[in-house]
Design a protein around this ligand. Structure first.
Ligand code: SF4
Length: 305
């Protein structure tokens, strides 16, 4: 029991009275930060595979992917309710009619109670949000926005192609369509420090988002980040420093925002550095110990004044 923070599992159990499991959906998506629309090369940490390592082929329809994953994951995790999770690359970077069809297929699958789309802050325009809202047919939607850092200088150095202000505007727009908002953050980007981790928690708390994923920075083979790391141009902070930043983050995070992750989960063979050579669960356990030693818990430093 992770009683020092609100897990996503607990948030879902409170909402539905039972276990809810995320089923990955892989769309033939790319990203405006890779295809030249916004930039080329993508974010310095973004690998060619994107983040959806457990995904099925994007040549299968959304419906087929969900049905296959449901048959496998449902019995394995004893789950009957699911979230269709569009995870890889920029999942709202499609024409509105295509987006509507993907959304409709997911919403029609039995047992799917929510739809979740991972995307960039500059890819949630009104046309896309209204296409998703209409096609979801009343099913609850969540837009997971990649913010990664609250430091514009860091966003620039990582070639994100958006600012913190773009993120804030995106949150407000998504909210105006009645959808939930999730946010991805990397708590140990080389140009950030403990203060940025605390500031990130305060920002997402003030904006009233619903859920966060805190990632450890990992270095995937073949990325610009890997080249910088091997050339000695960047350094990764020590593990203990990450633990302190994660604890600072949790202390300043509103208690009703669920936390889906406190460390990255990626296959070792794809990386040249990940989680200081240990498992994500070990990182989480160390954060727990840090919180116990501090006598703190999620939100203990948060105030809405
Ligand atoms: S926004 Fe996401 S998909 Fe696009 S380049 Fe950056 S990490 Fe990759």
């Amino acid at each position: 029991m992770d009683d020092f923070y609100l897990t996503f599992a607990r948030q879902m159990r409170a909402r539905y009275g039972e276990k809810v499991y995320k089923l990955p959906v892989n769309l033939p998506a790319t990203c405006p930060n890779r295809d030249g629309t916004k930039g080329t090369g993508g974010c310095i940490f973004c690998g060619a595979k994107g983040t959806g390592f457990e995904n099925l082929s994007s040549s299968l329809s959304v419906r087929e992917q969900l049905e296959i994953n449901k048959k496998y994951i449902g019995p394995k995790y004893k789950a009957e309710l699911f979230i269709a999770y569009f995870q890889n690359f920029t999942n709202t970077y499609f024409p509105p009619d295509v987006m509507a069809e993907y959304t409709r297929q997911a919403a029609e699958v039995d047992g799917v109670v929510e739809l979740c789309f991972a995307t960039r802050p500059d890819c949630v325009g009104d046309e896309i949000l209204s296409a998703i809202q209409e096609a979801a047919g009343g099913k609850r939607g969540c837009i997971e926005l990649g913010l990664q850092s609250v430091n514009d200088e860091t966003l620039n150095k990582t070639n994100r192609g958006h600012t913190v202000r773009d993120y804030v505007e995106a949150v407000r727009r998504v909210r105006s369509y009645g959808m939930d908002v999730g946010t991805h953050l990397i708590l140990n980007l080389p140009w950030d420090d403990r203060e940025h981790a605390a500031r990130a928690a305060k920002l997402v708390s003030d904006l009233g988002i619903d859920t966060v994923k805190a990632h450890t920075l990992y270095i995937e083979k073949g990325t610009e980040l890997a080249r910088m790391y091997e050339a000695g141009k960047i350094a990764i902070c020590p593990r203990d420093e990450y633990i302190r930043r994660a604890a600072d983050f949790l202390e300043n995070l509103r208690p009703d925002i669920s936390v889906q992750r406190l460390a990255s989960r990626v296959p070792n063979e794809d990386t040249i550095f990940c989680n200081w050579g240990t498992g994500w669960w070990k990182i989480r356990d160390l954060i727990r110990i840090e919180m116990v030693l501090r006598g703190s818990r999620q939100g203990c430093k948060w105030s809405d004044e």
